[in-house]
Design a protein around this ligand. Structure first.
Ligand code: MG
Length: 441
């Protein structure tokens, strides 16, 4: 198991840094405060390379996200972005005014300068990943969303799996991790896919409002005609079924996450990689069967997040977090509305593969613990709700019929007349049915 890192992280911009590197750390802090905080956990030998890697990909992503750039301009830029890393002084000032990271591209010459100071092996890894990601993003510009579940994996590979692969190469090239960490690209890819799918699932509403769709069409079309329909409360059951389906798909990557994390040996790298993973599993657990995903932002409480981040320093601690969050998911299995069997089966398999304790809510056959009592309670609640409604309506009708018409408020008088006339017509119809029978007897 991994030792707890005793060294306190030093602030990114503390020591006598060169102004250009300091500016890169400032840009990092501007683009992602949370990533800047995580990088601080890393060994000082890795920080500049990981920071530049992040800024380069963030620059590329700013171009991908920019809806003001015409396609003819955007696609060649995405495809050639990796070449700009070798062009001293290159900057880009044509981002849309609302792109939040446009300043990064305005000052991109500084990123290029710091890139050129990295070890050649780091430079090659960063440029190679940038080239592949740019080509992948260009491919998806014309597709307008993601179609099949398989395509979802491909898209997530381009925008996140490649990040995992690039980071792993840099870890191995630094000598802090074994060469094997850089070679198992399938595991590194899963690390990225797990995070990316979580973000896509959580950001349903935000992306929809921005006119972007990342939920795979073939999956959501099984539950609704338009993706936006899930926002209507009448579509609640369909929305939750689709949401749970996607969460189950994301959970498929958990065994790979464990295999990857188990191969790391540097405590600072371990913590750096573990933080986003524990945040992701906690986010999925919070989103599972939760209609709030369709109404706003589902977030993990700050205290809970800080606790997990501090704890995620060993395989044992990681296993503990996943054990608890998977149990949180099985605790929220919908009994009646959506079959949960596929999720239950997968969770059992994950627990077995990753060596996690038994699930407190699922038996070894995939049945829910105490399903009858839960189902029974639900049935009882529904029966009571209907009985209450019938008694209320019946009582109101009785009172309405028994009250003298002049004592009623004027609005209710025609209602009483209508009820009486219906009652009389019903009695008449009943008599017509009964009387011929009575004469036959
Ligand atoms: Mg993007």
């Amino acid at each position: 198991m991994h030792a707890v890192s005793s060294a306190r992280p030093t602030p990114l911009t503390s020591q006598g840094l060169e102004p250009s590197l300091r500016r890169c750390y400032e840009l990092l802090d501007m683009t992602s405060r949370s990533f800047a905080a995580v990088i601080q956990q890393l060994d000082v030998a890795l920080r500049p390379a990981i920071c530049i890697f992040y800024l380069v990909l963030r620059g590329l992503d700013t171009i991908e996200d920019d809806m003001t750039l015409p396609r003819e301009r955007k696609v060649p830029l995405l495809r050639s972005f990796h070449e700009m890393l070798r062009q001293r002084g290159w900057t880009f000032t044509d981002s849309g005014p609302n792109e939040k990271d446009r300043q990064l591209l305005v000052e991109f010459d500084i990123v290029i300068l710091e890139f050129s100071k990295l070890k050649p092996a780091f430079q090659d890894s960063i440029a190679d990943i940038t080239r592949k990601m740019g080509a992948g993003m260009a491919e998806f510009v014309d597709r307008k969303g993601v179609d099949t579940a398989a395509e979802w994996d491909v898209y997530c590979h381009y925008v996140a799996g490649l990040v995992g692969i690039g980071l792993s190469r840099i870890f191995a090239q630094s000598g802090l991790e074994d060469a094997a960490v850089g070679e198992r690209e399938d595991l590194a890819n899963s690390m990225g896919l797990f995070l990316q799918k979580t973000n896509i699932i959580r950001d349903y509403l935000e992306d929809l409002e921005d006119g972007r769709i990342f939920w795979p069409k073939q999956i959501w079309q099984r539950h609704a005609r338009e993706l936006a329909d899930f926002r209507r409360p009448a579509q609640r059951i369909a929305a939750l079924a689709c949401l749970n389906h996607l969460i189950t798909d994301a959970l498929r990557h958990v065994p790979d996450v464990f295999a990857y994390m188990g191969a790391l040996r540097n405590p600072t790298v371990f913590n750096f990689c573990a933080i986003p993973q524990v945040m992701a599993i906690a986010t999925l657990a919070r989103c599972y069967n939760n209609y709030a995903v369709f109404c706003g932002v589902v977030k993990i409480r700050k205290g809970e997040a800080v606790k997990m981040i501090l704890e995620a320093r060993s395989m044992d601690a990681l296993a503990h977090v996943f054990h608890e969050q998977l149990a949180e998911i099985s605790r929220h299995f919908p009994m009646m509305e959506t079959p949960y069997y596929a999720t239950a089966e997968l969770i059992l398999r994950i627990r077995k593969t990753c060596g996690l304790p038994d699930d407190p809510n699922i038996t070894s056959t995939g049945a829910l613990v105490r399903p009858r009592s839960t189902a029974g309670k639900l049935m009882l609640r529904r029966t009571l709700r209907w009985s209450l409604l019938s008694v209320t309506i019946g009582g109101a009708v009785y009172v309405l019929l028994r009250t003298p018409i002049h004592d009623l408020p004027p609005a209710l008088q025609p209602v009483q007349s209508a009820l009486i006339s219906w009652q009389e017509r019903a009695l008449e119809a009943y008599r017509q049915v009964r009387e011929p029978q009575a004469s036959r007897d």
